[in-house]
Design a protein around this ligand. Sequence first.
Ligand code: GDP
Length: 458
Amino acid sequence: IWVQLRQSLRLLGIGGIGIIRMSGENCFDVLEKIFVPKKKQPIEEIKGYTMKYGHIADSTGSVVDEVLVSYFKAPKSYTTENMCEINSHGGNVVVKKILELCLSNGADLAEPGEFTKRAFLNGRIDLLQAESVIDVINAKSEKEAKTGIKQLEGFLSEKIAEIKKEIMDVMVNIDVSIDYPEYDVDEVTSKQITNMLDSVGKKLTKLEKSFDNGKIIKEGIKTAIIGRPNAGKSSLLNAILKENRAIVTEYEGTTRDTIEEFVTVNGIPLKLIDTAGIRKANDEVEKIGIEKSKEIANEADLIIAIFDASKELTQEDLEILNLAKNKKTIIILNKMDLESKIDENNERLKAVSNSILKISALKKQGIEELYDEISNLFELNEINLDQDIVITNVRHKNLIEKALESVKKAKETMENKMPLDIIAIFIKDILEDLANITGEIVTDDIIDEIFSKFCLGK
Ligand code: GDP
């Protein structure tokens, strides 16, 4: 029997309700020792997915809290085991006390990810689905949550199963040929194998490629806003953040003293680098020097280079342009509400990027066009989350790459006209790589590593 607070301990605060979750064959026995329902009823009569009202009391009969208890009966529960959830009043004291009562009456404390791990070990979900539970919990943007949920529903697992079936269908024929060499099936089989390997290779390649988009969905496009002092960096940052204030999250940046802010604009997740630096510079305490801009630009997936279009390009502007060379860059001509001295036909700008936009950060004009341009540059419009499967997990990507490697080797053995039993070994390698992804064959170390990333209570 495992017991745990449902909320992560790190997030533990005062909430309206607290939930203590127990899973295991005998969890109702523990519950019975501490829960005094208003209407007593034998456990056999209580249906799953129902709730009962009552009190939690300690061994002396003293009431700890007024609670609602949900019952889940095996196999219809998150873990497939008997489960119950005690909904108490929130706050550390009461919740902790109930947890202690569960422990002193025979429950063990659950590890992070314990419940999901049990769901996996008991076969209710595969490893892919278990991993996607973490992704859904940690999702920072709607797109990310959506990919996580799709995976949780088993879309990626289905895709892998489909690929495996394609291989198995051919494997059966190969095995027949190996076992009964007197039948002359070699010709047919070899053609079948080649077709299968081509088709499997294509599907796996598509999955592998989707990782780039998956990475964007998961981590956001690392974006640097660079420009000389007074070009309008801070005004642009504010225009972006203000409109989307509700969903800004701050992170420690990778370089010392930088803060990164994660913001989703029109469904595009951006990770803005060194927003603190931009703000500081604006307070006139410190101006971002070219060195610092260089550092930020180096780290970025996308550079937004901003220029004051009401002035001629200065030496500093040219240095900024230089930083943006050979990078994905959008050039912003700011202050379009004023009379322009430079425009999109400027040769120096055109030499660095084809994406040149006129905006007014102050009047918040042209900001939508900026979002559209980002979408186009990263081909985000082409990600169709409702149809395409997107890989977001490095473990999966590595295993898919490994499977592709095995496909390549199998193809080589075919081209070299190796005997069927040798080819079969390579084809079985592909199956093994795929089985590793879904967790059909997977070592305890890997399982432990995956579930350790979970928060407590999930
Ligand atoms: P930073 O030093 O690059 O962060 O630039 P700021 O965003 O602080 O802007 C510098 C000055 O230019 C401020 O006085 C802003 O109000 C002004 N400014 C910024 N954007 C615009 C714009 O689109 N039009 C006009 N007219 N002024 C702007």
